[in-house]
Design a protein around this ligand. Sequence first.
Ligand SMILES: Cc1ncc(C[n+]2csc(CCOP(=O)(O)OP(=O)(O)O)c2C)c(N)n1
Length: 337
Amino acid sequence: MAHAQTEAKPIVDREQALDWLRQMLVIRRFEERSAMLYQRQKIGGFCHLYSGQEACAVGSIGVLREDDYVITAYRDHGHALARGMEPRAGMAEMLGKASGCSKGKGGSMHFFQANRNFMGGHAIVGSHIPLAAGMAFASKYRGDDRVTICFFGDGAMDQGALHEAFNMAGLWKLPVIYVVENNLMSMGTHLHRHSAVLDLTQRGGPPYGFSASVAVDANDIEAMAETTLEAANRARAGEGPTFIEAKTYRYRGHSMSDPMKYRTAEELEKARERDPIALYEVVLRERGWVDDEGLELMQAEVKELIDEAIAHAEEAPEPGLDEIYTDITVSPHIPQE
Ligand SMILES: Cc1ncc(C[n+]2csc(CCOP(=O)(O)OP(=O)(O)O)c2C)c(N)n1
């Protein structure tokens, strides 16, 4: 049983809190079922699970506006679902079906939903970090007050693209929030083996003149929400970017093919004692906002939602051959007969 460690005063009302708990449960179940489908070879390509990190996506995206931009790396299911993607569009994408969010052509690493300003999962480590600066630049150029939030892993801290983009974001005071989800691992390489400085808030914000650089316990969903809200307020007020080191942990291997030999069962067990979903359930019980019956009902609803998404995905058609060149490149480069 997890113990509540959050002291944060509620920044949300009951309805919002229950919605966040539900979203975390949806992400967890979506991925557990995806893992099963992967093992049954229903899902092709790479598949990176987010289990253990749910509070990071739900808490941060949950305080943003619908017109703000969200962009992430390849561990993207959690961010997409937190942004409101329908599980059936996500699951169909996992199975490579035409009704998937990227028409079945992107797969697990390339969820995308422009009408929710979810600007995608990106497979090349660090590649989307300059894109986030570009989106934030566009907001500033247009004179609107939209914010861009960009998620990446601790491994991306070493990419040159990150440092080039951070320099421009700081220089031009762009309205962007950069969130490193520090789950301690870059594939099987521990942070202390790829970074001389372990306090990422020192590497992320200060060298580039960001308005703030803060570390947060990202298993505490409300702490994550509060930190993000403050960052968004600063960005909208023209104060420029914030760097957030979201301290978290992933339960699964890097991808489905990772046997996790770099980690002990004890380490995993210890991490699970601070499971973000269990922690939040305890908090909400203590506030009297949920009880056994409410939780059971919520779990049953989430199960049904994911069951339905899988049934839809299994039955949906594959993309037709005529889709082979669509959405791949701009029209002049499509081969002509
Ligand atoms: C430029 C580039 N180099 C290497 C890879 C192979 N690769 C895929 S994921 C990964 C590790 C990244 O770890 P991290 O950024 O910490 O993210 P996490 O998987 O923990 O979410 C690597 C090296 C890649 N996709 N792109």
